[in-house]
Ligand binder design. Structure first.
Ligand code: UDX
Length: 482
């Protein structure tokens, strides 16, 4: 009989992992304490949107190996490995709240077997594993603590799960780390089996790539499977540092591109040409050098803030990461200044439609979305702002971001593109959804008050905009976007 594995926390990371484990043959007990979420899972529904996950979830449920409960006393006993994928949200001061994770470890420690392996999958600051080990040390069990960060991007989570580019396990106990690697390899083997036996599922794992953000790698041909993941069995602290450092580095690349974009705009260079040239250096690479409105979402803002907190707590200079954050915030002011220029010096009472609310296309996630932050900044500058998005609903995030200082003129949300753009003085492409990038701008132009557009993601071919008679601005002097 296959091992029983418990997964604590059934959010985006936990469900992706549970589904992959069950399809790969493991008995999986998911633990979720949020009753509304739990009910949906038990009824066979994924409680959030993730490309391709619904089908795989149904497949996993059909194996009969995947179950969900809120009860540690049934889920944990007998589990050889316990993955923790609970939320580790930011506190108001940017530090990471580990209460849920530590609570989960305390509960699990009551019911786990004496040789169980605990694997932290949640993103945590370095040093967390040691604290968790102390919790387990208070029992008479010899639970090994392993850190195995995940690198799932929204919109490609299942692809990243079945075809990871790296598998990492950090622990004082190399045998426990090896056990974790073996399980993650089994998932990867299942991915390879899709390529051999179930091409439809295999192809669907890739079809989301179209909607993934500018920085995503191009969709590989379905006919070839990716190379097996590289693996690292390392120390606990090293593994913990890899996730936040990776995300901070990627955010730094994007902010760097946004900084260079400003020089390009000022000097007459074209940022796309410059980034193409820089990206040809294999030491740098072209990914995550796409300038735009900046980075948002559930990971980069939280991880950059968390990393700054970690640096500060060790007395290490934070200037580099502070700068990365500042440049990201400044992109909002930059796009606002482009809008002011196009609208002849004032935003007051100008009707502006922001295209896209999610933090990137292919997801309904609006957490820390630069598109929403931009819409708020424009509204505060006196503009009459409409937000539109094919999937995401931004009102809760708008309310959260304006709680301390409510807007005098509310932002209106219109899902329908035609209604949203009606009578606008300016359009701003904020999230590069294909339906906006490929929209018929000639037709749209007919219902605008003024044909002005800012392509804040450098995705709309400028030739199309010129042919339709728009006045337009791009980021960093990008000239064609073909
Ligand atoms: C990220 C990491 O990619 C993933 O490895 C990690 O596990 C979780 O955090 P995700 O938050 O889903 O994933 O988003 P990602 O696709 O990386 O994009 C993050 C933000 O950066 C988006 O707002 C996107 O628009 C922006 N971005 C990305 C750019 O502005 N330019 C780029 O070149 C790439």
């Amino acid at each position: 009989m296959a091992d029983k594995i418990a997964v604590i926390g059934c959010g985006f990371v936990g469900v992706s992992l549970s589904v992959a484990l069950a399809i790969s043959g493991y008995e999986v007990a998911g633990v979720e304490v949020d009753t509304a979420k739990l009910k949906l899972l038990q009824d066979g529904q994924v409680p959030f949107f993730e490309h391709g996950l619904d089908d795989l979830f149904a497949k996993a449920m059909a194996t009969g190996k995947l179950s969900f409960s809120s009860d540690y006393s049934t889920a944990i006993p007998g589990a050889t490995i316990i993955f923790a994928a609970v939320g580790t949200p930011s506190r108001a001061d940017g530090s990471v709240n580990l209460d849920y994770l530590e609570g989960a470890a305390r509960e699990a420690s009551k019911y786990c077997g004496s040789e169980a392996v605990w694997v932290t999958r949640s993103t945590v600051p370095v040093g967390t594993g040691r604290k968790l080990a102390l919790i387990f040390a208070q029992t008479d069990k010899t639970v090994a603590v392993v850190s195995s960060p995940e690198f799932l991007a929204e919109g490609s989570a299942m692809r990243n799960t079945f075809f990871p580019d790296r598998i990492i396990a950090g622990s004082d106990n190399p045998e426990a780390a090896r056990k974790v690697i073996d399980v993650l390899r089994a998932i990867e083997d299942q991915g390879q089996r899709f390529a051999d036996d179930d091409l439809a599922t295999y192809a669907s794992l890739y079809s989301g790539a179209r909607t993934i953000s500018a920085g995503a790698a191009p969709t590989p041909a379905v006919a070839h499977t990716p190379a097996p993941a590289a693996e690292l069995v390392i120390g606990l602290e090293s593994a913990e540092l890899i996730k936040v450092s990776s995300n901070s580095f990627l955010a730094m690349k994007i902010s760097f591109a946004n900084m260079v974009a400003r020089v390009c705009a000022a000097s007459g260079a074209d940022v796309t040409e410059v980034m193409d040239g820089i990206g040809l250096d294999k030491r740098i690479g072209r990914d995550y050098l796409y300038p735009g409105l900046g980075w948002g979402g559930g990971c980069f803002p939280k991880d950059v803030a968390g990393f700054i907190g970690t640096l500060a707590s060790w007395g290490i200079e934070t200037e580099l990461m502070d700068g990365v954050k500042q440049i990201n915030a400044a992109q909002i002011d930059y796009v606002k200044s482009l809008a002011t220029e196009l609208l002849m010096g004032t935003l007051t009472d100008k009707k502006i439609t922001v295209l896209g609310a999610s933090f990137k296309p292919g997801t309904d996630d609006v957490r820390e979305s630069q598109s929403v932050i931009l819409a708020i900044a424009l509204a505060r500058a006196g503009a009459i702002v409409t937000l539109t998005d094919p999937l995401a609903e931004p009102s809760t995030e708008i309310a959260r971001l304006t709680a301390e200082s409510p807007l005098t003129t509310p932002i209106s949300f219109q899902k329908d593109l035609g209604t949203a753009v009606q009578g606008a003085d300016l359009l701003i492409l904020a999230t590069e959804w294909p339906e906006y990038v490929n929209a018929n701008f000639a037709e749209i132009g007919a219902i605008l008050s003024q044909k002005n557009i800012i392509d804040a993601r450098n995705k709309i071919p400028t030739g199309k905009l010129e042919a339709a008679g728009y006045k337009y601005k791009t980021i960093g002097g990008a000239k064609s976007n073909e």
